[in-house]
Design a binder for this molecule. Structure first.
Ligand code: NAP
Length: 460
């Protein structure tokens, strides 16, 4: 092992995935004085920012202001962005090892978890993740069609993604028109006949995964009533113990907000979001399309470790609905040439060092951060500490010794050119960004996104 590379002694790092974890890791690496670090940040899309662009709801623009921090990182010396470059396709692991000392994967959780119940694949049964990608103009999902001619929709799960989906389905079109929602999605939602959205939680209101502003927002929407059954807010002994033990106030506050909502009754608005608790979907009915859902009523049980679990009671109810979004969590996908823990939906690792199997041996020079490291949990900022922890492991390993690599910073772009890949630089992205903002301005939107890779490359 040599102490330095041939590119001036700097630690050369390739990061794959330019979402929050990728940018936080880049920032932490670039802040170092010893060793100096050179970061090349790759994304398979021409655009940066991962879920901040493709996941955060279009009516939550404030959350997207975190991009300003990432722009600062992109402005640092020794940082380069290579959009439109896919690991496994345009660059293999051998290329990465030839040009970089370390590779860090921040590829997030790109697919969804399945419910595993009969009827899950009927028409009009969708993962929420694809609907989110669709309304956000993500190139992978722009060609999907959602049948919004239906009136009753079920959203399975009680997380913040379920909140986003319910809100986008119910929100007045005039409000959506002021956001950066994809133009085709706005057109489709204009024709929407959706009148009732059922939010179905398998546990109780005290265990809901949504956060206070998100549930409150559903209750404050123009033209929409958030309807909650008072009898489903009565706290059983397991929920009382759960709340008493909860260290942070979110859960208690959620229950209070839901109680305030329940007191308002049915309301008089044309659209309803109906929050239901203690129900698990067991079958989706329908011959071709979804026509209804069978729900099993649950009770809660607390196990020896204090975890509160939903247990079926054998009592069932039928709910006529014509569309389902399962919003029960994202799941990571395997990267070519890298180990994968299919059960956890993550790349196996020990504190960010990729291991050959869960609990196995570290593989030198390979690291992970963000959702592909720990699973799809937490808010955007959670990825900062997560990325810093991985970077600390990388720096510790770098100080212990680095392999000699015979690459220079110019060699990688030359290799991509040779392979016919057209990388998108950060300056290119800023040009796209300006065009999007200008295109949106005419329509009173913060931006009108390019939604296809071809259109992005053509614009450049
Ligand atoms: P999540 O917060 O993990 O919520 C998943 C929900 O699905 C939980 O209510 C869970 O219930 C339920 N669930 C899981 N398996 C189920 C099953 N088989 N049947 C019925 N329900 C099931 O996941 P998410 O909503 O996808 O969000 C991912 C992360 O992104 C979260 O950390 C979230 O806070 C964050 N996010 C934040 C925002 C925001 O800040 N505005 C917006 C979107 C996402 P149990 O609790 O019973 O397991």
């Amino acid at each position: 092992m040599a102490e330095a590379s041939q590119s001036g002694g700097a630690l050369r790092v390739a990061i794959f995935g330019s979402g929050p974890a990728g940018f936080y890791a880049a920032e932490e690496l670039l802040k170092q004085a010893a060793p100096l670090v050179e970061v090349d940040l790759f994304d398979r899309l021409p655009t940066p920012y991962g879920l901040v662009r493709g996941g955060v709801a279009p009516d939550h623009q404030k959350i997207k202001t975190v991009i300003k921090l990432y722009e600062k990182t992109a402005g640092r010396p020794r940082f380069r962005f290579f959009g439109n470059v896919a690991f496994g396709q345009d660059l293999k692991l051998a290329d990465v090892f030839a040009h970089y000392h370390h590779a860090l994967f921040c590829t997030g959780a790109e697919t969804d978890r399945r419910m595993g119940i009969p009827g899950e694949d009927l028409e009009n049964s969708h993962p929420a993740t694809t609907f989110v990608g669709w309304y956000n103009g993500h190139p992978d999902y722009r060609n999907l069609r959602f049948d919004l001619s239906v009136e009753r929709v079920a959203v399975i799960g009680n997380g913040n993604v379920a909140m986003d989906v319910a809100r986008i389905l119910a929100k007045p079109i005039a409000e959506l028109a002021k956001t950066d929602i994809a133009d085709y999605a706005l057109e489709a939602l204009k024709q929407s006949r959706v009148r009732e959205v059922f939010l179905l939680g398998r546990r109780g209101p005290a265990q809901a995964a949504f956060t206070n502003p998100e549930i409150r927002e559903l209750g404050e929407m123009e033209g929409v009533d958030l309807v909650v059954r008072p009898e489903e807010l009565e706290l059983d002994p397991a929920s009382q113990a759960f709340l008493a033990a909860a260290e942070e106030p979110t859960y208690k506050r959620n229950v209070e907000i839901l109680k305030e909502q329940a007191a308002k009754g049915e309301g008089s608005h044309p659209r309803k979001v109906r929050a239901r608790f203690f129900v698990s979907p067991v079958v989706l009915h329908g011959s071709k399309q979804v026509e209804g859902i069978r729900l099993e009523r649950n009770r809660l049980e607390q196990d020896a470790k204090g975890a509160v679990k939903a247990v079926g009671t054998g009592l069932f109810e039928e709910l006529p609905i014509q569309m389902v979004f399962r919003s029960i969590g994202y799941k990571g996908v395997a990267m070519p040439e890298l180990p994968f823990d299919d059960r956890g939906g993550v790349i196996p690792n020990a504190g960010g060092r990729i291991t050959n199997s869960p609990g196995g041996q570290p593989l030198p020079r390979l690291y992970v951060a963000g959702w592909i490291k720990r699973g799809p949990s937490g808010v955007i900022g959670t990825n900062k500490q997560d990325a810093i922890a991985t970077v600390n492991a990388m720096l510790e390993d770098a100080r212990a010794g680095l392999p000699a690599i015979a690459s220079t910073p110019d060699a990688l772009p030359a290799l991509l050119r040779q392979r016919g890949v057209r990388p998108v630089s950060f300056a290119d992205w800023k040009r796209l960004d300006e065009l999007e903002v200008a295109n949106g301005k005419a329509k009173g939107k913060p931006r009108e996104k390019f939604t296809s890779v071809e259109a992005m490359l053509a614009a450049l």
